[in-house]
Design a protein around this ligand. Sequence first.
Ligand code: KIV
Length: 285
Amino acid sequence: MQKKKGLLDFQRMKKEGEKVTWLTCYEYPMALFEEQAGIDMILVGDSMGMCVYGYPGGTMPVTMDECIVHTEAVRRGAPNTFVMGDMPFLSYQTTTEEAVRNAGRFYKEAGVDAIKLEGGRRVTKVIRAIVDAGMVVCGHIGLTPQSTGQFGGYKAQGRTAESAYDVIKDARAVQEAGAQLLLLEAVTPEVGKFITEDLEIPVYGIGAGLYCDGQLLIVHDMLGIWQAFKPRFVKRYAHMAEDMVKAFQDYIREIKEGKFPEDVHCYKMIEGEAEKLAELVKKQK
Ligand code: KIV
C-alpha cells in the first residue's frame, strides 16, 4: 500500500527537484488503477463534462452535485492518494460565501485533500476566503477552460511578452492570496519555467513544458479514450478507444457465430441432477 503524500511532501519534492505525477480521474475502478500505479495526485476535474457526460458545452454545464458524486467514487478507489476536487463553473464566481460553502462540500461530502479553482487576480478574494476557512487551494491559470469564451477558444496563453507577463502577475497574485499549489495550463515552457522558479509554492503544468514541478494529463487523453480532438500537449500512452472497439466487435462476432459463451463460461449442474430433472419434467407431462 502506498503512503499517502501531502502538502509537506509536495513542498519537499519541489526543493529536491523530484517531479510530481498527476492525473485526472472520475470513477472508482480507474482510481484503483491510478493508486495501484503509484500516482502522486488525482484531480476529479470538471473535464468530466466532456469525458464522462459528453456535454456539448464542455465543462460549463457541470454541477456541484455531479462533481461531488464522482469525487466520492474516486476517494473510495484511491484512499491513499492526494485527491483534489475541481470547483465547477458558477460554484465560486457569485459570492465568497457560496464559494466557501461549495469548497467545504468537497471536504465534508467527498473527503478531498484540496480544491482547485480557475482564475488569477480576479479570484484572489475567493481564494483568501477558502484558505481562511482552513482548506487547501490549488490555483489554475493560463488557459482556463471555464473562460474559453473570453479567450476566443482553447488557445495557448503567454505567447507574447505582454500576455506572458499577465500570466506571471496572476501566478504571483494566487500565491499571495494563500493558494498552496498552482496549475499552469497551456503556456509556453519559458513562462512555465519562470513561474516555477519564481514561486515558492509547487507549480504543476498541463501543457506548460518540462520545467514545472510536476505534470498533469487528463486520463482519457493519455489512455487514448478521448478521440474528438487531441491538444498539442497530450501524449497518448495507450490506444484504448481502438482496443475497446476491437473488443466490442469480437464480442458481437462471437455471439453471432455461436462461439460465446464457451463451456468454461457455463455453470454446471450437480452430478446426477440433470437426469433427475429429466424425470421430473417427464412426470409433469
Ligand atoms: O477539469 C480538468 O480536468 C482540468 C484540467 C483541464 C486542468 O481542470
